[in-house]
Design a protein around this ligand. Structure first.
Ligand code: HEM
Length: 548
């Protein structure tokens, strides 16, 4: 039985028309995926098996789509496919709260309800208010780099950007100073270092599947109840580290939530919790979220996808995310339209804190890498920065007047977009690229392969920011624009895209007002790695040079 199970004859038969790298007995393609990291594995075979091919994550088949048009069919499925995850291995009670976060919610209606709760915080009106916090975090970075440059030292920009992004989430979103960039030995700095390490551990180990339990879960999904019991009795090192990191992350968010609730309780009867906390004037009454309607598990049209959330135009003041969530209600069909529970609010806060700095930091690092290795692009950017003003502090609106900076950001996202793929679960039986895909199949539109496909992009592997400049000879075509999808697509597309773009561009602008960067030996070509999102494998090591 074990021998037959390892060959998975039923699944092989079901997906027989779809090509792919030959699977090994029992482990499928898992060992090669783990060795290369999954984005690198996809890129290795991207053009060998055509537009639709399959891989075996242990006993699970995942169908990969390498074509933007076919990808749109995949992305219309409303739910994200979930791999075996720490959340799966935890007790039923913990599971319930783990899957209450916007990123992990499996129920379509719950997800839409949470999406509505997040949207105001990421609307244009709210984003404009975050620029001062982003500038402040950038100024701390400039000060740190000034000290490094004065000593002719070198530094890891990936690690620095990660800390910038943590500080931005702290001040812009939670309204607290995370002290992530403090480089003294004080208690605040120690706590922030513990938090940063915990966040990185969670992203690296959990998704890198270095725990034997997670690997076993991928090979024997039916054994989850047994694994769940074993994991608590005989945790391996990876599980121990994941759990202690989770405790630190949760503890930080619980503390923030507790402080905010105490301040709200102490405030005089507020016009709205967010306004009371931020000391702002009364906010307009929150827009009542639209009901998703009972039983609307059907596929969601792409038009309904938020692009960062302007559906509800009520601005959240800086630091107002949690107070806003505390006063947000679910859609009528979800949990009886009740207010979000404290635990749901906590899960959203944890999601924001753990999920967003990694990809934003990676995107900023890739921009620095591309500029440092392309002197013409760097010179063009410096010219734009100088015309803007070397000492001028940018607002969110100013960014619209910096097209080359935007082109650098966008082209770096094309070449090195941290989001590897768009994960979906087939909501019903369907055909993709002529292949039959049964309901429940894990599907992925592989963004990194589409973004580097020479059939779509001229000079696909080169960094050419000019292709994003309006009117330039190299300007992208409509088809190329449609193939560009670093934020995902469909109902579960990235809700923080504009937040990330604002932060990334403000920080880069502030850096290039003061510095250029020299890559240390070994940084070209950059080794990529994707335990979760794509990032430089060993960091990005540079020597900052103060501009004359
Ligand atoms: C450069 C930085 C970022 C990149 C490349 C990125 C990319 C992505 C991608 C590819 C997805 C999956 C989309 C899909 O399945 O269709 C995603 C989801 C998500 N992103 Fe981002 N993201 C970035 C930064 C951020 C930031 C700063 C935030 C927070 C404000 C954020 C919040 C989210 C959330 C909440 C989801 C899950 C959405 C859902 O399931 O409905 N992201 N992101």
């Amino acid at each position: 039985m074990i021998a037959i199970y390892g060959y998975r004859p039923v699944q092989r038969w079901t997906y027989r028309s779809i090509p792919g790298p030959p699977p090994r007995w029992l482990t499928g393609n898992l060992s090669e995926i783990t060795r290369l990291s999954y984005a690198m594995f996809y890129l290795k075979y991207a053009r060998k098996y055509g537009k639709v091919w399959k891989v075996w994550f242990g006993s699970r088949v995942v169908v990969l789509v390498m074509d933007p048009d076919l990808g749109r069919l995949v992305n219309r499925n409303p739910n994200r496919h979930a791999y075996p995850h720490l959340g799966d291995l935890k007790s039923a009670a913990d599971n319930a709260s783990f899957f209450s976060s916007i990123t992990t919610a499996r129920d379509h209606n719950l997800h839409r309800s949470l999406q509505s709760a997040w949207q105001p915080t990421l609307s244009s009106a709210s984003l404009a208010g975050y620029a001062p916090a982003m500038n402040a975090a950038a100024e701390r970075l400039v000060a740190c780099l000034g000290a490094v440059a004065a000593a002719n030292g070198e530094t890891d920009m990936l690690a620095r950007f990660f800390r910038v992004a943590v500080d931005v989430v702290g001040t812009a979103v939670f309204g607290v100073d995370m002290h992530a960039q403090d480089d003294d030995d004080g208690p605040a700095a120690k706590r922030s270092t513990a938090l940063v390490t915990a966040m990185q551990t969670l992203m690296d180990i959990e998704y890198g599947a270095r725990s034997r339990y997670l690997t076993a879960g991928a090979l024997f999904p039916f054994a989850f109840p047994l694994l769940r019991a074993l994991v608590n009795i005989f945790p391996d090192n990876a599980i121990r580290r994941i759990c202690s990191s989770y405790v630190i992350l949760r503890g930080t968010c619980e503390e923030v939530l507790g402080d905010i609730k105490a301040k709200l309780a102490a405030a005089a009867p507020p016009a709205s919790p967010a306004a009371a906390l931020a000391g702002a004037g009364p906010l307009p009454k929150a827009a009542k979220p639209k009901s998703s309607g009972a039983g609307s598990v059907a596929m969601m049209p792409q038009a309904a996808v938020p692009d960062g959330g302007d559906a509800a135009q009520v601005p959240t003041p800086p630091g107002g995310f949690i107070p806003h969530l505390l006063s947000s209600a679910h859609h009528a069909g979800v949990r009886g339209g009740a207010l979000l529970s404290d635990d749901e609010v906590l899960q959203q806060a944890m999601s924001f804190l753990v999920g967003t700095p990694e990809s934003t930091a990676a995107a900023m690092s890739f921009c620095v890498h591309c500029l440092a290795s392309h002197s013409a692009a760097e010179a063009a950017l410096l010219q734009e920065v100088d015309a803007f003003g070397r000492a001028r502090v940018p607002s969110a609106e100013d960014l619209a007047g910096l097209p080359y900076l935007d082109a650098v950001w966008t082209e770096a996202l094309r070449l090195y977009g941290p989001g590897v793929s768009i994960l979906r679960e087939a909501a019903h039986d369907q055909r993709i690229g002529g292949h039959f895909i049964p309901k429940g199949t894990a599907l992925q539109t592989v963004i990194c392969a589409i973004h580097r496909d020479p059939a779509i992009w001229p000079r696909a592997g080169e960094f050419v920011p000019e292709r994003w400049l309006a009117g330039h000879a190299a300007e992208v075509t409509d088809a190329q624009r449609r193939a560009f999808n670093p934020w995902g697509d469909g109902a579960r597309a990235c809700i923080g895209r504009r937040f990330a773009a604002e932060e990334g561009r403000i920080v880069l602008l502030r850096l290039y007002q003061q510095f250029t960067f020299e890559l240390l030996p070994g940084q070209v070509p950059l080794e990529l790695w994707s335990p979760f999102s794509i990032k430089p494998r060993h960091g990005l090591f540079v020597r900052p040079r103060v501009r004359a």
